[in-house]
Design a protein around this ligand. Structure first.
Ligand code: ADP
Length: 396
């Protein structure tokens, strides 16, 4: 069966076509800057590459472009759209309702709309993508896969904030957590690599990319995660502050910062970018730090320190930990960063093997020393494949 996966952002549409259950990739592509005169589209198939630049006034135009690329007689991947057996969509926020992937119908669309306020940047374009895709693909079954769903198992002790109950009951303010498709994917993969049943392992999964989060997994289920009501909480990220004293927000508000400027400050101008005053990219910062840039070095130290703190906290939460997993662009490739994070954690039973660490750049494997009580894994994530698997499982 051919399964098409969509990840629809505010101005970009990513897509990937899989042959399932073989899990081979038949096509992958991206439409960028939808709504602009200089939009661009790209698709790669085993038969070649298509690259286009042209104005795309809106989402329907973006989808029409994807259709024409998929059906391209020379470099396309399909003869007719009806070759697609099912379609999976990434949806960032599922609120409290969705604990797993769901078949898409009108009622589900209303459910996604109901949590627009909790994810104003993500859910509206996710829903537009779903609507456009349903319009284009007609009766082909479609599935929504939520970034929050894996964290549905988090207990109330970990998901409630210590504010009056009515803010939870009336406004649904609680920890939801994100990157669920990735945390679940690498957790299942790790259990497989350890030769263990997926519901028998206790893990700490570190998804470290431009957005980053850590999850504590007990017997295969998420029991705590660093992101909260929104993806702003937790780790230091490329441009997000992560945890900070909420008092800072009142202080700045009294100094004249309004809601919009605070939102921009903490989501877009903080994190590695804010600390270094130069870049949100770990690779750039590592080069700058090596060349003597002390702000870049401090940014990397603070980034690593925050992750170390969360790992320590989750060791305490889980008590017994089988493995720590690194994934995401930084987790998979950043051997220096992994070493910085795990430095001096031997008393907790966490000891890295420097050589194995350095030889695992973007490849899956174990990187702990022989005397490390807790195993340490690098596992490349594949959120699109996770969505394709769920979609296939639910529709085949
Ligand atoms: P996104 O969250 O946007 O998907 P990625 O998962 O691609 O982001 O991660 C991007 C981050 O990964 C950047 O900070 C980049 O510097 C970092 N990264 C990629 N390769 C390396 C590397 N070899 N060493 C250190 N960091 C790396």
């Amino acid at each position: 069966m051919k399964v098409l996966v969509f990840n629809c952002g505010s101005s970009s549409i990513k897509f990937k076509l899989f042959a399932m259950p073989e899990e081979s990739v038949l096509a992958e592509g991206l439409v960028q800057r939808v709504g602009n005169l200089d939009a661009s589209a790209f698709m790669k198939t085993p038969g070649g590459k298509i690259e286009l630049e042209q104005a795309l006034e809106d989402y329907p135009a973006g989808f029409a472009m994807i259709k024409s690329m998929l059906l391209d007689p020379d470099k396309g991947a399909l003869k007719v759209l009806s070759e697609v057996g099912a379609i999976g969509h990434r949806v960032v926020h599922g609120g409290e309702s969705f604990s797993g992937s769901m078949h898409i119908d009108d009622q589900l669309e209303r459910g996604i709309e109901a949590v627009f306020e909790l994810a104003p940047l993500h859910n509206p374009p996710n829903l537009t993508g779903i609507q456009e895709s349903r319009h284009m693909f007609g009766d082909i079954p479609q599935v929504a896969c939520f970034d929050t769903a894996f964290h549905h198992s988090i207990p109330e002790t970990a998901y409630r904030y210590a504010i009056p109950e009515s803010f939870y009951t009336d406004l649904h303010i609680r920890r939801y957590g994100f990157h669920g498709m990735s945390h679940q994917f690498v957790a299942r993969k790790t259990a497989e690599m350890m030769g263990k049943y997926k519901y028998s392992v206790n893990l700490i999964t570190c998804h470290l990319g431009n957005g980053s989060s850590v999850t504590a997994i007990r017997e295969g289920h998420s029991v705590d995660t660093s992101m909260g009501l929104t993806p702003l909480e937790g780790l230091v990220m490329g441009t997000r502050s992560g945890d900070l004293d909420p008092g800072i927000i009142f202080y700045l508000h009294r100094k004249g910062y309004d809601t919009e400027s605070l939102d921009t400050l903490l989501n877009k101008k903080s994190g590695l970018l804010g600390l270094s005053n130069s870049s949100n990219d770990v690779r750039d910062l590592e080069s700058k730090a090596a060349a003597g840039d002390s702000k870049a070095a401090l940014a990397l130290d603070i980034f690593a320190y925050r992750i170390k703190k969360y790992i320590g906290a989750y060791v305490a939460v889980l008590n017994h930990v089988d493995a720590i997993i690194f994934t995401g662009g930084i987790g998979e490739n950043g051997a220096t960063m992994r070493a910085r994070i795990l430095e001096e954690m031997n008393e907790l039973g966490i000891i890295l093997d420097q050589e194995k660490n350095e030889s695992h750049i973007g490849i899956a494997g174990e990187i702990q020393a022989s005397d490390s009580r807790i195993k340490i894994f690098v596992v490349p994530t594949n959120e699109e494949l996770a969505i394709a698997r769920d979609t296939y499982r639910m529709t085949s």
